[in-house]
Design a protein around this ligand. Structure first.
Ligand code: ZN
Length: 452
């Protein structure tokens, strides 16, 4: 079969019927239309033949998004996903079948949609988002994310912000350089959908404190004063497994024998401390850091995201402003609020942000890196730091390149004063959470710096 995007294969009367409901919205004026909306048959034409959408992720949300967008008339969709299909995906990732296990999610999803909905052509990319540069992302009108990784979200957010142009006169964002990003996220029975106009509305980094850093229980609690079933499971995982080495191999979260072993030991420990709530499922969750995926939550969030894509693409209605929370743990609860753009946002504020340092004589470079990783504002993973000193670019520390790591390791235990970093100094930080290097300004609270 040919891969033609248009026209739709059916006869024109069939075709009219097929898009009847969309035409009602796109060819008539209504009280809620945006001011720049012109009712016309061209609107549907634009969705089918011109508008280019990128869907990031072909998992639980991605399958829903592709189906929704294709049925809403979008004709040109690209999808990126680096993962392959696993058996446990099949209960909710409905574009995949048992025979697809082991194949690329992006490719299988595209094949399914292209066959089933001939008015839509999906182009798959079995790759990481980091494999593409600005010129790739530039081609899309709207980007919609169904990701489970915060790092990936932050990266694409940073990419779209790095693509903004600013007007020379007043520093305002050039509206034509904005590619809207619709972001959906789900976690069990909770989900959210948001509309991000990079440079205009709150971005992912503006609201970074909404994502709590990943929980790591203190080892002393796990070892001595467990209070939660999770503490018992972590104890067996971290301490008992290594001590007893039951299967003479590393722990594999997908091996039911390993999970069963941990479950039994964790139960024993829980009984010892009168803790209830250790279940096989919880053991799986703690070991693999997974939260069960719920198909209905994905469906609701994807529908909300697809609706926002439709509204932005056609101007038929105002966009949601701008952050919707959804929860169906106990009945259904949802609300939408306008998340505010942060003046101190690392990604979109367009000025170097300040890192406050108590005392540069006692704060080591390692402490600074710890601040960048643990502070809710930064939440970096493995920051590499460089700075300008005496007109030269100097690498202070970089863990990602072995030779540089070895050469700069000794700096870790030196204080910022000893390293010659001054109050107000700009440091450049590279991290996997951003596609670009971020400029940060050191601000010392103690006045005197003893220079080495
Ligand atoms: Zn921001």
């Amino acid at each position: 079969m040919s891969a033609a995007v248009s026209p739709a294969p059916a006869s024109s009367s069939m075709n009219r019927k097929r898009w009847h409901n969309l035409r009602n919205i796109l060819e008539r004026k209504g009280p809620f239309c945006k001011s720049d909306f012109t009712p016309s048959a061209d609107n549907l034409e634009f969705l089918q033949n011109t508008c280019k959408i990128l869907v990031i992720g072909a998992g639980g949300l991605g399958c829903e998004l592709l189906k929704d967008l294709a049925l809403m008339g979008f004709g040109d969709i690209h999808v990126i996903d680096m993962d392959t299909i696993e058996l446990s995906n099949l209960n909710r990732q409905f574009l995949f079948r048992r025979n697809d296990i082991g194949s690329s999610k992006a490719e299988c999803a595209a094949k399914f949609i292209n066959k089933r909905i001939p008015t839509c052509q999906v182009t798959p990319h079995c790759a990481k988002i980091q494999d593409f540069d600005e010129s790739f992302y530039q081609q899309f009108h709207i980007i919609v994310c169904g990701l489970d990784s915060i790092v990936a979200r932050r990266w694409i957010n940073g990419m779209l912000i790095s693509m903004l142009n600013y007007n020379e006169e007043d520093g305002s964002v050039d509206a034509s350089s904005i590619i809207p990003m619709i972001d959906g996220g789900t976690e069990g029975f909770k989900g959210n959908a948001r509309v991000i106009l990079p440079g205009y509305t709150a971005c992912i980094e503006c609201t970074l404190d909404l994502f709590p850093p990943q929980i790591n229980y203190p080892l002393c609690t796990i070892a001595n004063t467990p209070r939660l079933p999770e503490h018992c499971i972590e104890y067996v995982k971290i301490i008992q497994w290594d001590k007893e080495n039951p299967f003479n191999c590393a722990l594999d979260g997908d091996d039911p024998q390993h999970i069963a072993w941990i479950y039994e030991r964790a139960m024993e420990r829980a009984n010892q401390f009168n803790i209830t709530g250790v279940t096989y499922r919880l053991v799986q969750g703690v070991i693999k850091h997974i939260i069960p995926a719920v198909a209905s939550t994905n469906a609701v969030i994807a529908a909300a995201c697809a609706t926002e894509v439709f509204k932005l693409a056609t101007s038929c209605y105002d966009s949601m402003s701008n952050y919707m929370n959804f929860n169906d743990i106990d009945g259904i609860y949802t609300y939408t609020y306008a998340a505010e753009k942060s003046e101190t946002c690392l990604a979109c504020s367009n000025v170097p942000q300040v890192v406050n340092i108590e005392d540069p004589n006692t704060t080591t470079l390692e402490d600074l890196i710890k601040i960048l990783c643990e502070n809710a504002r930064f939440q970096m993973k493995q920051p590499g730091i460089t700075t300008m000193m005496d007109g030269k670019n100097k690498t202070l520390y970089m863990a990602t390149v072995k030779s540089i790591e070895e050469r700069t390791r000794a700096n870790l235990t030196q204080s910022l004063g000893e390293l010659g970093l001054k109050d107000g100094q700009i440091i450049m930080v590279a991290d996997q959470t951003s596609p670009t290097t971020i400029a940060l300004q050191l601000k010392y609270n103690a006045n005197e710096v003893e220079m080495a």
